[in-house]
Write a protein that binds this ligand. Structure first.
Ligand code: LIP
Length: 309
């Protein structure tokens, strides 16, 4: 891995995240201009674009030799993440939540080096909740995180993830005791959509009917927040196909540092690429990670999700 001062990157990303948070909170989702990308549910607002402009300006000034990939400036088939240190940024992850004022949206700021997540900062300004991770240095969560920078008091103490402690996190059982996060995503037809719909049904169905009888299913509406909730140990598993590198880069680093693991959302692939667009994340556990991945893959069966880059 190229020599990069990861702590310096982390500190800059935290400061950028708070600035983005102020911009997001200042926006009025009911009156901002909103456009669509792939289809009616794939939305972008003027705030997504303004935040990305601010982030890229600040990061290019602070780290002029690093590459930058952002959701709103990405060009399909053209933009590539190389081995170079690269900021991978989603200015608002959970845009649909944002436009509905549903308080589950965040800025997701990742640095990848050799295409491996090395720093992750995810900040939900609506809950003033900050998640951070630095490769080899652990992952943390902080509530009321912005109070200190705003001079309004002290943020709560940073707590190390997972919340139950890294040394001996609770073991994972089978899917029937698991809290699983899934997302419909924006593609609503074709084979990928059919496989997702079949799998959601099978996950919920009773074991007698060949299902996984999962304990519960959630959709946070943001890949980054799903990954952070796995890192915290609040979710056991998160499965998604169709989201992009900028949705997962930061959360992936935080997950790894909290003892979690990322496999492919397609059965049989223990390793997955940053831009594979198919992910299966599992929380840190003293045992049972591999077993729950295999059980999940059995529920998916023979199908595979395939997405363009
Ligand atoms: C969202 C993802 C989410 C996915 C949505 C969307 P956005 O990102 O984080 O996991 O299901 O379709 O892509 O568009 O809010 O940045």
């Amino acid at each position: 891995m190229a020599s990069v001062n990861l702590q310096q990157v982390h500190d800059t990303l935290v400061s950028v995240a708070f600035e983005a948070g102020r911009m997001i909170l200042a926006a009025n989702p009911s009156s901002i201009s909103t456009d669509t990308k792939l289809n009616a549910v794939d939305i972008v607002t003027e705030t997504d674009q303004a935040v990305e402009r601010m982030v890229s300006t600040r990061l290019r000034a602070a780290f002029p030799t690093f590459a930058f990939v952002g959701e709103e400036t990405y060009q399909a088939g053209v933009t590539r993440i190389t081995d170079a240190p690269t900021f991978v940024v989603d200015p608002i992850d959970g845009t649909t939540n944002f436009v509905h004022s549903f308080p589950n949206a965040c800025i997701s700021l990742g640095l990848v080096v050799d295409r491996v997540p090395a720093v992750g900062v995810v900040y939900n300004p609506f809950q003033d909740l900050l998640f951070t991770g630095v490769k080899g240095k652990g992952a943390f969560m902080q509530r009321n995180a912005s109070l200190e920078v705003e001079g309004k008091g002290r943020g709560e103490k940073k707590v190390r993830l997972p919340l139950g402690g890294l040394a001996n996190p609770p073991p994972l059982g089978d899917l029937s005791s698991a809290l699983v996060s899934i997302e419909w995503g924006s593609q609503r037809d074709g084979e990928n959509f059919e496989l997702k719909a079949r799998t959601f049904r099978k996950l919920a169905a009773s074991k007698e009917n060949g299902g996984g009888m999962v304990g519960g299913m959630r959709s946070l509406g943001s890949a980054a927040l799903n990954l952070c909730a796995c890192a915290a140990g609040q979710l056991d598993i998160y499965w998604e196909g169709g989201c992009y590198a900028w949705d997962v880069a930061a959360g992936w680093c935080i997950l790894n540092e909290a003892g979690g693991m990322m496999a492919s959302g397609n059965p049989g692939e223990w390793e997955t690429e940053l831009d594979s667009r198919v992910y299966l994340a599992v929380r840190g556990a003293s045992r049972g990670q591999k077993e729950i991945v295999e059980e999940f893959w059995r529920v998916i069966g023979d199908g595979r999700m395939e997405y363009k880059h």
